[in-house]
Design a protein around this ligand. Sequence first.
Ligand code: ATP
Length: 135
Amino acid sequence: MKTIKVSVVTPDGPVYESDVEMVSTKAQSGELGILPGHIPMVAPLAIGVVRLKKNGKEQDLVAVSGGFLEVRPEQVTILAQAAEKAEDIDVERATRAKERAEQRLRESHQENIDFKRAELALQRAINRLTVTGRQ
Ligand code: ATP
């Protein structure tokens, strides 16, 4: 089986690196699947899950909070604002973040709360919980 090298990098350093059979991500324009030999491209990413296929199965999941995907002939690079492998996600923290964001969204019509900001925080929290299988 042909493979392609994938790196997920954040401002804090590399988060994930492996040779995989397929990379599935959520670009801002929709779901994107990258196989070895994909044409070079750059795409902005949404808050979403990066799914990495190895040995015929989806083996690894990484939560990504937006950024960019760059595809080159031998390499996929994901430059993310924040990214966590499933095993590095603190479920309690994500649950607290989700509750906080939901509370802010409930209050946003009465107080001067930034609705978009709370909505993005909620998406990040739900995404993290999805990756750990808690959502
Ligand atoms: P919180 O309100 O809990 O900080 P957040 O969505 O605002 O959540 P970010 O700004 O996206 O957090 O991330 C800040 C840093 O904390 C990043 O390095 C990110 O990887 C890490 N991080 C955020 N939430 C979690 C979590 N639940 N488990 C592990 N790392 C996390």
